[in-house]
Write a protein that binds this ligand. Structure first.
Ligand code: HEM
Length: 489
């Protein structure tokens, strides 16, 4: 017994001595940070067990626990990897613009098991090439064409909404809508697939996303272990296989077109074509994963932004009337075109205000590839940083009456009052959201079209009512109530 205790004592001392020796600079830094310093760092899990103190184990609950109980900035250890968590605008601005903070935090590594070649997780050298290449898929000429695609797609949804009226799971409803928008606008594959097949591929992507979220949610289980233990890992592989089968014919047709028509190759730049051009020798499986990643990045985000906007409009009738009035003045009963979009100023301000209150990507994380000077302290190379966009967006220091839904904050005449670093739903700097402009176009077209056809109501009364949860993207724990009643002509 005594020998065992001595042995345990010896191993514990050896572990901590070794830990302190290897991580001295990070410990020194976390001493400066104060919050989070005193939690014992345990082998394998570091201080990630603190997530058990929050309401539930997900990144959003952890951030809210830090905000309410401990305060930002905060230090966390994922095993022996140091993580600095902040919502300070000056620091966030330094991080997102720093050339040595371009790589993603190891927090996202779990995505590599499925999306290993995707722009989101590849190292900086490859990311730079991919960003330049795939940037061509989001050029303004392509967006201009897509207005027509989004408008027609939203018209079909409007017909459906007339029957559905109150979607049971509104997040899922607009998620499905957005994944279809992506396939219609960014892949050109719809002409080779039946609408049933299109819906199936969209649903597969959404299912993969849900499974991936369950992977991210468990902070201390390594992805390899996760894939081995949980059936979800195998299921993702099966789903990817299934979507490959469905899209096989469409991909083959696209390849044929690219081979046969050089001019077409030079001028056409949807995401699927860009994937085929980027690495012509890639297998269908790899191409499918690349496309699936873009679909996945563009669907939850846009779908949740639509959901939150409609719920907020349903809760604020006077704001909804202003949107309605603007849409009727600018567009009236005709088709929405790309010329209308710059004139939908109040609608755009409503989208921005929604994304301020509910940034659908509430947290982002970067890796420090060298020591980074934060002004008051220097964060050591090798640390990870997590920024809470949600808390930045709801900070009373930057946003008076932060929980009030007030789109007028974003009207052109008030924009000079906004500190640009206090609003970043699409992140900022060179690694911001590549689909930002596309998302805004799609949101504007869809919201304007829905607002002129329906009177939206919701029985929620305040922003505080919503309990949020997030892995990569953020939604409410329960599906919110929202009803769409056709406006009388
Ligand atoms: C409301 C809608 C959207 C929001 C709020 C949003 C937000 C974000 C954020 C915060 C990031 C992370 C940037 C960082 O880590 O600093 C990101 C990255 C990304 N987003 Fe979006 N996004 C939206 C829509 C879209 C759409 C429609 C697409 C494409 C179809 C897209 C594709 C991507 C990609 C590929 C990245 C990775 C970019 C890179 O690493 O270079 N997003 N997005």
């Amino acid at each position: 017994m005594i020998i065992s205790l001595c042995l345990i004592g010896f191993c514990t001392c050896a572990f901590y001595l070794h830990f302190v020796y290897r991580n001295w600079q990070y410990l020194k830094f976390s001493w400066q940070v104060k919050n989070g310093f005193w939690y014992p760092i345990l082998p394998l899990i570091g201080t990630m067990y603190v997530s058990l103190f929050s309401e539930s184990i997900n990144i959003m609950s952890l951030m809210q626990w830090i905000d309410k109980i401990k305060g930002f900035p905060f230090s966390l250890w994922d095993a022996d990897k140091y993580i600095y968590i902040t919502k300070d605008t000056k620091e966030v601005k330094i991080f997102v613009n720093h050339p040595k903070c371009v790589n993603k935090a190891p927090f996202y590594d779990k995505l590599k098991f499925i999306f290993d070649d995707s722009i989101f997780v590849v190292p900086e050298e490859i990311w730079k090439k991919q960003r330049k290449h795939f940037g061509m898929g989001f050029k303004s000429s392509i967006l201009k064409n897509n207005v027509y695609v989004y408008y027609n797609h939203s018209c079909r949804m409007i017909e459906d909404l007339k029957y559905v009226e109150t979607p049971k799971d509104i997040f899922r409803y607009f998620d499905r809508y957005s994944v279809q928008s992506f396939f219609l606008g960014n892949t050109g594959i719809s002409k080779y697939l039946s609408s049933f097949e299109m819906e199936k591929v969209g649903d597969i992507i959404l299912e993969i996303q849900d499974l991936l979220n369950s992977l991210i949610i468990i902070p201390f289980i390594s992805p390899k272990l996760w894939l081995a233990i949980f059936p979800a890992g195998k299921k993702i592989k099966k789903l990817l296989e299934e979507s490959k089968e469905i899209t096989k014919y469409g991909i083959a047709q696209k390849k044929k077109m690219l081979r046969e028509n050089q001019e077409y190759r030079e001028n056409s730049k949807d995401i699927l074509e860009l994937c085929l051009i980027y690495n012509p020798n890639d297998s269908d499986d790899k191409i499918m994963r690349q496309v699936a990643f873009f679909a996945s990045a563009g669907s939850d985000t846009t779908g949740y932004a639509l959901t939150f906007t409609f719920v907020l409009l349903g809760m604020h009738q006077e704001i909804q009337e202003k949107v309605y009035k603007e849409v009727m003045e600018v567009v009236g009963d005709k088709d929405i075109t790309h010329q209308d979009l710059p004139n939908l100023k109040y609608t755009e301000a409503t989208i921005c205000e929604t994304l301020r209150l509910f940034p659908v990507v509430p947290v982002i994380g970067r890796s420090c590839d060298e020591d980074i000077d934060l002004g008051t302290k220097i964060i050591p190379k090798g640390s990870s940083c997590i920024f809470s966009i949600l808390h930045l967006h709801r900070d009373p220091q930057y946003w008076p009456d932060p929980l009030k839904f007030d789109p007028s904050r974003f009207l052109p005449e008030n924009q000079s009052k906004i500190n640009p670093s206090s609003f970043m739903p699409f992140s900022a700097g060179p690694r911001d959201c590549i689909g930002k402009a596309q998302a805004l176009v799609n949101l504007k077209v869809t919201i304007a079209n829905v607002a002129r056809h329906f009177k939206i109501t919701s029985n929620h009364r305040s922003i505080q009512e919503f309990s949020l949860q997030s892995c990569l993207t953020m939604k409410t724990r329960e599906s919110p109530h929202c009803c769409f009643s056709a406006r009388k002509k």
